[in-house]
Ligand binder design. Structure first.
Ligand SMILES: CCCCCCCC/C=C\C/C=C/C(=O)SCCNC(=O)CCNC(=O)[C@H](O)C(C)(C)COP(=O)(O)OP(=O)(O)OC[C@H]1O[C@@H](n2cnc3c(N)ncnc32)[C@H](O)[C@@H]1OP(=O)(O)O
Ligand SMILES: Cc1cc2nc3c(=O)[nH]c(=O)nc-3n(C[C@H](O)[C@H](O)[C@H](O)COP(=O)(O)OP(=O)(O)OC[C@H]3O[C@@H](n4cnc5c(N)ncnc54)[C@H](O)[C@@H]3O)c2cc1C
Length: 613
């Protein structure tokens, strides 16, 4: 029996001027991917929530075979076992649980999904993510294991190390974390104090956190879940500091889960959000690991202690760059979830009258409510589509890097740094706007929006604090501006610094031309980047050192990085909407949405746009 839909919501949906399926397919990468995304949770929920005879299961299994047999390697006996095991315990909301209970409930669900992903033989990363998100809606205790731990092995390990360690991670023979941040340092990696001193006699590294500030602090899963860490430490060999390197460090006994000798580890305590993630601390008291435990894809330590440096000492940072891409994409989807909740609520919530005596209206009829929500719908589309565009750039650059061509690494770092800052800040303000648009009910945990905010706003801090990330991107942009000042050739992504002109044909009383919108954002970015460069040079002209002049110009440098990201986002949105092959009614609507996004941005940053004319 179909669920009854609220008549106001049904009416609103019936007024759509486009076919939502076109958009859904586009957003999820096509009808087959969408079908898979929908089929998996539906299948598992059906299996879990109704008493099923073996006949039912066979019918579903046969049904699956016609749809998704290309990846489901179901074995009924295992399915039955998983169903029984989970059904008896069932789902419990963590909203009013203690932190301990909430962590245990999330762990129970995460272990269940880990098992099911293996049983269903789900290989596709996105499908794994969709599947997990259904069952572990909050912070997943295995998040670091799924993302940074495995990515670090894949990108920093030698082929032998990958062969040895990745299967352990894939089958959960070990559960991992990525331990880099210390109590005293998160941003300034050259300030990390944890040492890995090479003992040439025993061909081992001695790991040590010599001070309280060198204690690893914040890594997810460190508090209870992980039994191995990819740990970043200062390598010291032959008396020389060779900079930050990554090491495979066992933390807890694989059977008893007790900390190993020399290891002090625990949870850092309650946080603003992310309650079901056990972020922890770790102290190492001269813990020994074999030489083979250093991840040696790019840099090596030979048996005699000789350090072989990497071709580029930034390659050790690749796992962070990779994860920044994950954050860029997920920010858009988080805002999409929040604005979906708020928009549906606004269709069914009747409050106040527009015409006295005319009866209470759907709050979606208020122009102020439309402005709050439609701008966030547009922003969610913009961030999701810009993330896809950035990922295309990333994939092409990364495949070159894998062949040893590192020329795109600076551009990649700048793009991921600036877009991670831009998207997470936009997501944070957008989710909060959606919460407030729902009035008191938005403040209920049951609305789902508060947890989206408290969990995800941490993305403005982790994986590179946003201001710091903007300044990183500004290093690249400033270099490009200096090259432009000298008439030198620029990377493709920043050639607009040399070509951007303000020749807008639109006037305010006509429907604005989309090419003019892109040109306006391009010109604004070029102007802000040029102004930041001018302020830096003014600082130098005042006799400041390079670093003092950098600090003197840093507020404008942050603005330059954000203006660059805003331009990249608007351009990606308009170009992808025009080129996506939608039918006329859908394309018309999406271009209208793109204009709304761009014009709203011009209003929010009207100072920049007025200044550049
Ligand atoms: C939303 C998705 C949710 C999914 C589930 C999530 C669950 C998990 C939740 C949280 C996980 C969180 C994990 C973490 O937070 S891991 C720790 C992250 N920490 C950081 O990001 C540290 C940030 N700091 C730095 O990266 C560096 O210290 C620095 C870049 C700020 C400074 O580097 P440094 O070498 O000290 O100095 P410079 O600025 O002088 O840089 C030198 C040189 O190197 C270039 N460079 C720096 N970083 C990179 C890089 N990553 N890739 C490439 N190149 C890099 C830099 O550009 C300089 O080059 P130059 O300009 O040519 O001189
Ligand atoms: C929920 C969560 C999960 C995390 N998970 C992990 C994990 O799994 N593994 C891990 O290793 N780490 C993790 N972290 C740590 C995270 O990476 C750090 O918090 C982050 O890198 C910021 O560093 P910090 O905390 O030292 O902040 P700081 O760098 O001390 O930032 C404080 C202020 O100083 C400013 N500042 C710092 N440097 C500069 C500069 N050069 N120029 C201008 N301003 C500057 C910043 O802009 C900010 O306003 C996590 C953090 C959180 C919140």
């Amino acid at each position: 029996m179909g669920k009854s839909v609220n008549p106001d919501l049904a009416k609103a949906r019936s007024q759509a001027t486009f076919d939502p399926a076109n958009l859904t397919n586009y957003l999820y990468g096509g009808p087959e991917k969408l079908r898979r995304k929908r089929y998996l949770p539906a299948f598992v929920f059906k299996e879990l929530c109704t008493e099923m005879s073996l006949t039912d299961l066979c019918l579903i299994f046969l049904g699956l075979l016609t749809h998704v047999s290309d990846y489901l390697g179901l074995t009924l006996s295992i399915e039955n076992m998983a169903a029984k095991e989970y059904k008896e315990e069932g789902f419990k909301s963590t909203d009013d649980m203690s932190r301990e209970e909430a962590y245990e409930e999330s762990m129970r669900r995460a272990v269940y999904t880990n098992k099911r992903v293996l049983q269903l033989n789900l290989q596709d990363q996105e499908e794994q993510y969709y599947f997990r998100e259904i069952f572990v809606p909050g912070a997943n205790p295995f998040a670091l294991h799924y993302v940074m731990f495995k990515d670090a092995i894949n990108t920093q390990g030698t082929e032998d190390q990958i062969q040895k360690w990745l299967p352990l991670a894939e089958t959960y023979a070990v559960t991992g974390t990525y331990a880099q941040t210390e109590l005293g340092h998160g941003t300034f990696l050259r300030g990390l104090e944890t040492t890995a001193e090479y003992d040439v006699q025993r061909e081992e590294f001695i790991l040590n956190t010599p001070t309280i500030t060198s204690s690893k602090f914040w890594p997810g899963a460190l508090g209870k879940t992980a039994n191995v860490a990819i740990l970043n430490a200062k390598l010291i060999t032959k008396g020389r500091n060779c900079g930050m390197q990554s090491f495979w460090v066992p933390l807890r006994h694989l059977e008893t889960h007790q900390p190993l000798p020399g290891i002090t580890v625990g949870d850092i305590g309650p946080k603003f959000g992310y309650h079901t993630s056990d972020n922890g601390f770790l102290q190492l008291n001269r813990v020994r690991i074999p030489r083979e435990n250093m991840l040696m894809r790019y840099s090596k330590v030979l048996q005699d202690g000789t350090f072989v440096p990497p071709e580029n000492d930034r390659l050790v940072y690749v796992p962070m760059t990779q994860f920044r891409f994950v954050v860029i994409g997920r920010s858009g989807w988080t805002l999409a979830k929040a604005v979906t909740v708020a928009t549906r609520y606004s269709a069914v919530r009747r409050q106040s009258e527009i015409t006295p005596g005319g009866g209470e209206v759907q709050i979606l009829d208020f122009q102020t409510q439309q402005h709050k929500l439609f701008t966030q719908i547009a922003s969610a589309y913009a961030m999701i589509i810009a993330a896809k565009a950035a990922k295309d750039l990333y994939d092409s650059a990364f495949s070159k890097m894998e062949k040893g061509n590192l020329e795109d690494l600076p551009m990649l770092h700048a793009l991921t740094s600036s877009m991670k800052a831009f998207n997470t800040w936009e997501m944070a303000t957008g989710v909060e706007q959606c919460r407030m648009a729902c009035g008191g009910h938005g403040y209920l945990l049951a609305s789902g929006i508060p947890q989206m905010y408290t969990d995800m706003v941490s993305a403005c801090t982790y994986e590179g604090e946003n201001t710091v990330m903007c300044l990183q991107a500004a290093r690249f942009l400033n270099k490009c501006q200096e090259a432009a000042n000298k008439g030198e050739r620029l990377p493709q992504l920043t050639r607009f610094l040399q070509t951007s002109r303000l020749n807008i044909s639109s006037s305010l009383d006509q429907d604005v031309d989309l090419n003019d919108i892109i040109a306006a954002y391009e010109f604004r970015a070029a102007t802000v980047i040029s102004e930041a460069n001018a302020r830096l040079n003014a600082g130098l002209a005042m006799g400041k050192s390079q670093s003092e002049a950098w600090n003197y110009a840093s507020q404008l440098l942050v603005k330059a990085a954000l203006a660059f990201s805003h331009w990249f986002t608007v351009r990606a949105l308009i170009e992808n909407m025009r080129g996506a092959g939608f039918d006329n009614s859908t394309e018309t609507l999406l271009l209208q949405l793109a204009k709304l996004y761009a014009l709203d941005g011009m209003l929010r940053y009207s100072g920049d746009f007025r200044k550049v004319g």
